[in-house]
Design a protein around this ligand. Structure first.
Ligand code: AMP
Length: 604
């Protein structure tokens, strides 16, 4: 039997299924999959292997028939993106032979993880869209168990598409959500009372982020009493929407008062849609003006959308830094993290979505791909992955409570034993399916939105910027960083201690501002896109600290028990006594005054 990817009713059925039928069917599927974790996994792997048996990639490992799980695990290596880069580039350049996957690659999904500064390209196939759609279709039936009545109103979800580009052979490359929102599955979705959005598709599909956000906010305001949940994919996106309201409420109120659309909104699909929707409503405009002109924006979400039952946003992983701000704006509404997914594969969902953020666990659905787990202590030592001794990977059904693992994926799209880069900890089981706390993404030092900057990228950026100081006989002796999310959008802050050989010839303000921009130019494409296109990241800041500050930092660490021999400057600081110490030693502050260069085209 093929693994289910379709929740539509099996014919012949005289009547269309009701919502209750669909919900019950979704919940039954979750039960069935989670009760049979290992057998479903076995079947998924068998399906993938039979589909891809003749691919160049699998043939390289001479698996011979029958390709069973044991042979697969003993012969196929665990890989990361760099190992596949050459094959992926061949596909991007137009090689249509079955390299990784027997099915034609329909497009590339561009991950927020980067390789050599550019988004990783994840090949995908047409049928994967059904699998993604399947996971989406499970979310509201689960939510409905905890929050009744969501079919009686609407969801104000801020959803956006991003720029797309083409590979040399003409395959589209774009983020997975852009691919989903532009798909027929999304555009022609049947009416589902649990998923009625205030945002018109015309706004979601508008590539201009200002026009898209403006229209989505306007519609959300117009339908404010119908809104039962407010959200965005990630917490940073929802906070960006609140900030947008702070900056644009007067114009939005004007549009509502007069029934006319802001002339900055020129997208023809939007203007046509809004011509049908927008009617003068002075009472609503007065209400918005009154609420938004108040100094205090505490609980603004529930003030404007009083029927909101919860916020639909991911606040796990790097997004946890936004929880206090979301609580402030919502008066502590529940935060529902509903799913765990990536460009490579949609993994699973939270079966208890109204729990507190610290208790969120995701249940990986065994039918989405074949999953293995590299014990985290092994993941750290490369010897665990040497080709001589096969890595000790554990199957989904065999992970142990309390242990941490790195997720390794084999997908229908042709990734085989691919290290996703996420560290997960087992918190429990639902039936036989393990549930995981998302611990962290490996090697991420700084993150504001979907950007993920690692230590090597930061080091390179500092080196490039500090080259500008040479003519002043100045060098950067030490540096550390943190992601400042107190203001929206957040921004990177880099503390620099400088060594100036001639104090009379100190670097000028202009040069230090240029250093900020040079650092930004050196950071990866996801960071630069956040700065330039999405406006989800603010200008980078350099804070120059007094000489001797980093020595004080070391003294402080040693006074708290660090070993003097092993002490290393922390490359990222979050502990408030340390940031307070650094801030108390700041001599000058500099921001990037321009935007770094970014276009949808890849640099190489
Ligand atoms: P991308 O490759 O850009 O699609 O990003 C996928 C990555 O986002 C995952 O591998 C995770 O690191 C992160 N991510 C996705 N969903 C969640 C979640 N629910 N909680 C925390 N991190 C997540």
């Amino acid at each position: 039997m093929a693994i289910a990817t379709d929740l539509s009713p099996s014919p012949p059925l005289a009547l269309p299924p009701t919502c209750d039928d669909k919900n019950a069917k979704a919940l039954r599927l979750i039960e069935e999959m989670t009760q049979n974790t290992d057998s479903v996994q076995e079947r998924v792997l068998a399906e993938i292997l039979s589909q891809n048996a003749q691919t160049e990639y699998l043939k390289r490992f001479q698996l011979n028939e029958p390709m069973d799980r044991h042979t697969f695990k003993s012969k196929v290596p665990v890989v990361s993106y760099e190992d596949l880069k050459h094959d992926i580039q061949r596909i991007a350049n137009g090689d249509r032979s079955p390299i990784l996957c027997a099915h034609p690659i329909s497009e590339f999904l561009t991950s927020s993880g980067t390789s050599a500064g550019e988004r990783k390209l994840m090949p995908t196939i047409r049928e994967e869209m059904n699998r993604r759609q399947l996971l989406y279709s499970l979310l509201m039936p689960v939510m409905n168990k905890y929050v009744p009545g969501l079919d009686t109103g609407k969801a104000l979800l801020f959803l956006f598409i991003k720029a797309e580009t083409k590979t040399p052979s003409g395959l589209v490359a774009r983020p997975v959500l852009t691919s989903y929102y532009k798909s027929d599955q999304f555009k022609n979705r049947p009416h589902d009372p649990y998923n009625v959005y205030t945002s018109p598709d015309e706004a979601i599909l508008c590539p201009d982020s200002f026009q898209s956000m403006y229209t989505q906010m306007l519609c959300g305001l117009i339908m404010r009493h119908e809104v039962l949940r407010v959200g965005a994919v990630f917490a940073s996106g929802l906070l960006r929407a609140i900030r947008f309201l702070q900056l644009n409420w007067a114009q939005l109120a004007h549009d509502i008062a007069t029934g006319t659309l802001n002339p900055k909104i020129t997208d023809p699909a939007i203007t046509e849609h809004m011509a049908q929707t927008l009617k003068p409503d002075p009472e609503l405009a007065n209400f918005i003006t009154k609420e938004c002109s108040e100094e205090n924006w505490e609980r603004i979400i529930t003030r404007i959308w009083p029927n909101t039952k919860y916020l639909d946003v991911i606040v796990t992983g790097a997004m946890a830094q936004y929880i206090p701000t979301l609580d402030y704006y919502s008066g502590g509404l529940p935060l529902a993290c509903t799913m765990y997914a990536s460009s490579e594969c949609y993994f699973g969902l939270n079966l208890n979505p109204i729990c507190s953020p610290s208790d969120v666990s995701y249940t990986i659905m065994p039918n989405m791909g074949y999953f293995e787990f590299l014990p985290h202590e092994d993941a750290a030592s490369s010897s665990a992955l040497s080709r001589d001794s096969p890595p000790r990977l554990v199957d989904l059904a065999d992970v142990e409570l309390g242990k941490s693992y790195e997720l390794v994926l084999t997908s229908y799209s042709g990734l085989c034993r691919y290290r996703v880069g996420d560290v997960l900890q087992v918190t429990g089981f639902y039936n036989t399916a393990p549930q995981f706390h998302f611990v962290r993404r490996k090697n991420v030092l700084l993150s504001i939105d979907s950007d993920k900057t690692d230590e090597a990228e930061l080091q390179n950026a500092v080196e490039n910027a500090s080259a500008l100081l040479k003519e002043f006989n100045t060098s950067v002796v030490e540096y550390t960083n943190f992601a400042d999310t107190k203001s929206i959008p957040g921004h990177y802050v880099i503390y620099w201690e400088l060594l100036m050989k001639e104090s009379r010839h100190a670097p000028t303000r202009e040069v230090l501002e240029q250093c900020c921009l040079t650092m930004e130019e050196s950071l990866n494409a996801v960071y630069r896109q956040g700065r330039v296109a999405d406006h989800s990241i603010g200008p980078l800041e350099i804070r120059v600290v007094k000489n001797g500050t980093f020595e004080e930092l070391m003294d402080y660490a040693i006074s708290r028990g660090a070993s003097i021999n092993q002490y290393k400057v922390p490359r990222c600081v979050t502990f408030s006594p340390i940031t307070e110490l650094l801030d108390s030693r700041v001599e000058s502050v500099h921001f990037s005054l321009a935007e770094p260069h970014w276009t949808p085209e890849r640099r190489r």
